[in-house]
Design a protein. Structure first.
Length: 242
C-alpha cells in the first residue's frame, strides 16, 4: 500500500492561459487525476466503489499558490489521505517544480456518497483502512465552510455539452472555470492569484440556467453560482489576489 502517491505531469499548451501559466481549473484537474489514481491503488477507486453503489464527491478545496507552473514545465504532484474531518475524508496535495521546490499547497475534503440516494455516508461505510499519514499536512488548517456576500451579477449561462461529464453532471473543475471567468482581461494583467477556496454544494445538469454573482474588494473576490429557476446555490468560492 502506497501511503503517498506521486505522479509527474508536463504542462501542455492547452493547460495554460494567455500568460503561459497553468489555469486554476487545469491545476484542479491534475489534483483530481492523482487523487483518483491513488484511490484506485488503495482499492477505493471509481470502479470499486460503484460496484457497491458508492462514489466520491469533492466537497471542499483550498489551494495556496507560491507560483503557478508554466507551459513546458514538468511538475511532480504528491497526494495522500489524512484521516477525517467529520464526514469528510481529508486529502492533501503538494506540487514540486523541476528543482524540487514546493510551488503549490492544497487540501481537499471528500464525501463518500450513496449512488442511489445521493446521501453522504459515514467514513466507516468505506470498509477499507486508508493510510492515516498522521502529522503529514500540506496546509495546517482544513478548509471551513465558505460565507460570501455577493451583489453584482457577473454573467449568466446555459450549461451545455462541453461542461458535462460521464455522469451527465457538470464536472466540478468547470465550477472553477466559471469563477475565474468572472473577471476581465485587465484584472488578470494587473493581479496574480494567491489562493482559492471552493465549497461544492449542488449538482448542475445539461440545460440548467446559471447565474454567477460576485462581491469583491481589490484583493479578495467572493463568488457564488445559482441555478436560476430554483435559486439553488451550486458552489461558493473565495479568490485572493496580489
Amino acid at each position: 500500500m502506497e501511503s503517498v502517491w506521486r505522479e509527474s505531469f508536463e504542462i501542455k499548451s492547452y493547460n495554460v492561459d494567455f500568460q503561459q501559466n497553468i489555469k486554476p481549473a487545469a491545476l484542479m484537474q491534475f489534483f483530481q487525476e492523482v487523487a483518483s489514481s491513488h484511490a484506485a491503488a488503495l482499492g477505493a477507486g471509481y470502479d470499486a466503489l460503484m460496484a457497491r453503489d458508492l462514489f466520491w464527491a469533492l466537497s471542499r478545496l483550498k489551494v495556496d499558490i507560491i507560483r503557478m507552473p508554466h507551459w513546458g514545465e514538468t511538475i511532480l504532484i504528491e497526494t495522500w489521505p489524512h484521516g477525517y474531518e467529520g464526514l469528510l475524508f481529508r486529502r492533501d496535495f503538494i506540487i514540486y517544480d523541476q528543482n524540487q521546490e514546493i510551488i503549490v499547497h492544497g487540501v481537499s475534503g471528500w464525501l463518500l456518497v450513496a449512488a442511489q440516494t445521493l446521501r453522504p455516508q459515514r467514513p466507516s461505510q468505506l470498509g477499507i483502512a486508508l493510510p492515516n499519514n498522521k502529522g503529514r499536512k500540506s496546509l495546517t488548517h482544513f478548509p471551513e465552510r465558505i460565507k460570501v456576500q455577493t451583489k453584482q451579477v457577473a454573467f449568466r449561462k446555459t450549461v451545455a455539452y462541453n461542461e458535462i461529464d460521464q455522469n451527465l453532471h457538470v464536472n466540478n473543475t468547470r465550477y472553477l472555470d466559471w469563477a475565474t471567468d468572472c473577471f476581465q482581461l485587465k484584472h488578470y494583467q494587473h493581479h496574480i492569484l494567491l489562493d482559492f477556496s471552493l465549497e461544492f454544494l449542488a449538482e448542475t445538469h445539461w440545460g440548467d440556467e446559471i447565474e454567477l454573482r460576485v462581491g469583491s474588494t481589490e484583493m479578495k473576490s467572493e463568488i457564488e453560482a445559482l441555478e436560476i429557476s430554483s435559486g439553488t446555490v451550486l458552489f461558493k468560492a473565495i479568490l485572493t489576489w496580489k
